[in-house]
Ligand binder design. Sequence first.
Ligand code: CTP
Length: 405
Amino acid sequence: MSQPRVVLGVAGGIAAYKVVEVLRGLTEAGHDVTVVPTAAALNFVGEATWAALSAHPVATSVWANAHEVSHVKLGQQADCVVVAPATADLLARATHGIANDLLTNVLLTARCPIVLAPAMHTEMWQHPATQSNVATLRARGVIVLEPAAGRLTGADFGPGRLPDPVAIVAAVQDVVRRPPTADLSGRRVVISAGGTREIWDPVRFIGNISSGRQGVELARTAVSRGAKVTLVAAHLSVPAPAGVTLVSVSSADDLLAAMLAAATGADAIVMAAAVADFRPEAVATSKIKKPEGPADLSLKLSPTVDILVELVRRREGGLPVIVGFAAETAVDEHELVQLGRQKLARKGCDLLVVNEVGRQVVFGSEENEVTILGHEGSEVHLPRSSKAAISDAVWNAVVHEWKRA
Ligand code: CTP
C-alpha cells in the first residue's frame, strides 16, 4: 500500500512549536507529509524545521511553483488535511470559504477528511463567533477536535490548549485508516475508562492495574464515527483522545455520580472501567503510622454500588443501550462464554464484552481477544485484535441494538 498523503497545515499561533511533534509522529507512523504553514506560522517555527522533518519542500505560497498549481493539487491529492494549531482566524476563514493564502485554498480543494486541532485563548474559543464557526464546520463533516484545558500562554487557564500531539496523530491515523463512516453521528455516548481508587488514609489507596486503554480506544473510535462522546475517566495511564468531553473521577462513588449525571439522554453507555467492588469502611484523616514492633493491620471493607446494574435499573424504555465488560479466568472458550452469559443475565445489560484474564496479559496491552455476547443470544468472537478493532466491533454491535430497538 502506498504511504497515506497528509497535508499538515500550520496556522499562526504559539502552539505551532508543539506541532513539530505532530509532524514527527505522522512521519514516524509512515505518512507522507507536506507542511503548509501560513505566513504568520513562520514567525513561530521557521521553514527549515518543517522541511527537514517532513523531508519535503515546504509549501508557503500560492505563487511558489505556480506551474504546478499546488493550491489545487495538494488538496486534491491528500488523504487527510490536518490543521494544527487551528487558530480562531483560521477557523473563521475555513467556515466562510475565504481563500486568501495557500492553506485556505487547500482546505477548499480538499475532498478528503479534514481534521482541525484548535488552539487559542479561552475567551477566543468561547466567543459565540468561534463556537458558531465550529458548529458549522462540524455540520459539514469537518472533524474539529476539542481543545485541551489547562495553562495557556501567560497566566491564563482554561480550555484552548492544543490537543495532545499524540491525540492529533491518532485522530489523523483514524481517518486515514478508515474514512469516517459517521454512522454514530447524532448519537451521544458515554464511556467509562480506567481504574478507580479507594482512599483509606491521606496518602494510600486501593486501586487496580487498568490502564484505561480499551475505554480510550472506544472513545476515539466513537468520535471518528461521528458520535458526541463523554469519557468518564478514572486514572488513565494513556492520554484521553481528542474530541471528547472529559470528566475526571477518582473513586467508585465519584464514577457512579458522574455516570448517572451523564446517562440522561444518552444513546449508549459502555462501562469499560475497572471499578472497585469494595472500599475501606473508614477513611483515616491523618496518615496511619506504622506501629512500634511487628503488628498486623486489618482494613474493613464494605461493598460499592454496582454501577452497571444501577444504570440498567434506572433505564426507562429501550435507551440507552448498555454495554458491560467482564474479565474472567476460564479454562477454555466454552467456560468463558458460560461465565459471560451468567454475568450478562446478572447485570441485565444489552451486551457484554468478555475477555479472558490470567493466561494472557490484557491490562495495559495494545491487543485483546474478546467475545461480545448479546442478551438475545448472539455471540461474536474476535480473535486477537487491536483495542481499536475491538472498539469498532463493539460499536457495530451497539448500532445493531439501536436498529432492533
Ligand atoms: N462494574 C460496575 N460497578 C462495580 C463493579 C463492576 O459497574 N462496582 C462493571 C464493570 O465496569 C464491568 C462489569 O461491571 O463493565 C463487570 O465487571 P467485573 O469486574 O467483571 O464483574 P463483577 O461484577 O465485579 O463480578 P466478579 O468480579 O465477581 O466477576
